[in-house]
Design a protein around this ligand. Structure first.
Ligand code: SIN
Length: 293
């Protein structure tokens, strides 16, 4: 299925033709993502590998590191720190001994699994994470895929008059409805705690690529600040449906120890919990970004 812009022109994704010397970069799908091979993340990254990965990340929005061994937690944290200061989750507890690591874990006794609705990680924060690195160590026999969607394509395929209207408006991103009591089974009591909320531009300009992305998501965005409530509800519903169109999506089927690294500034994701009562477990580290503009 090809992506067309608002006047019906077929849209081809341009990828950088760069020759990578230290990693192998294979397009994951014509519209989004790349697989990375030829690298053992458990050994950490040197400066040349980092530079190529950074480039591939900006070019492809989501990287899938294949054929990996389990990455020791301190190395996982060190790799993430090469991309910037780390982000700490406002609600979830850290892994024992590693406060920077959020353990993604669902099993037979779980009442929830993380990321079941389309979202950009923690977009309710004033400064949401720029990117997330997740390695999955325990997988169900089948299922547990993660979907990703291209938020640049979502913005670029809106009609020009609509983009003109939306540019300069702000989405309301809230988290009380998501986080209250969510991690009580992991020992997190939250009485009296105030969960974050923030206003962010609907058209977010990526600080590194300069491209605009549609920055709304079904989990956290609850309205459009400058509009009347009925206008806000109708336009937000239309934008969410548009951002989740199947032609902007890919679906990643994990293999044990794959690591995914996604750019929250220009992509959304959704984790499928279709494997209950089986177990799925991994380590997630997020990197703090810039205030969205
Ligand atoms: C998340 O970080 O939203 C969870 C993603 C996943 O478990 O695949």
């Amino acid at each position: 299925m090809c992506i067309r812009d608002s006047v019906g022109t077929k849209r081809v994704r341009e990828r950088d033709k760069r020759n990578y010397r230290h990693i192998e970069v294979r397009p994951y799908a014509p519209n989004l993502g790349a697989e990375i091979r030829g690298l053992d993340l458990a050994e950490g990254l040197n400066a040349e590998q980092f530079e190529e990965i950074h480039h591939a990340y900006l070019d492809n929005q989501i990287l899938f590191f294949k054929e990996q061994a389990p990455i020791p937690p301190d190395i996982h944290v060190a790799i993430a720190k090469m991309f910037g200061e780390l982000h700490f989750h406002p609600a979830a507890p850290g892994k024992d001994g590693y406060p920077e690591i959020f353990e993604i874990h669902a099993h037979a006794k779980s009442k929830i699994a993380n990321g079941e609705f389309w979202h950009s990680d923690v977009s309710c924060d004033e400064i949401p994470p720029l990117g997330t690195m997740l390695q999955i160590h325990i997988l169900p026999e089948s299922g547990g895929d993660t979907m990703f969607a291209d938020s640049y394509a979502a913005w670029e395929t809106l009609s020009e008059p609509l983009r003109d209207m939306l540019d300069g408006l702000h989405g309301i991103h809230e988290s009380e409805h998501i986080y209250r009591g969510r991690y009580s089974d992991r020992g997190m009591e939250d009485e009296g705690k105030v969960y974050p909320s923030a206003l962010h531009p609907l058209a977010r300009t990526h600080p590194e690529t300069g491209r605009k992305a549609l920055y709304v998501n079904r989990a956290f965005t609850t309205g459009i600040a400058e509009l009347e409530p009925d206008e806000s509800a109708a336009i937000l519903a239309m934008l969410l449906e548009h951002a989740e169109k199947v032609e902007f999506q890919i679906r990643f089927r994990w293999e044990k120890n794959d690591m995914a690294f996604w750019d929250n500034r220009c992509a959304m994701h959704r984790a499928l919990w279709d494997y209950w009562p089986a177990e799925r477990k991994g380590n997630r580290v997020t990197i703090k970004g810039d205030r969205p503009v």
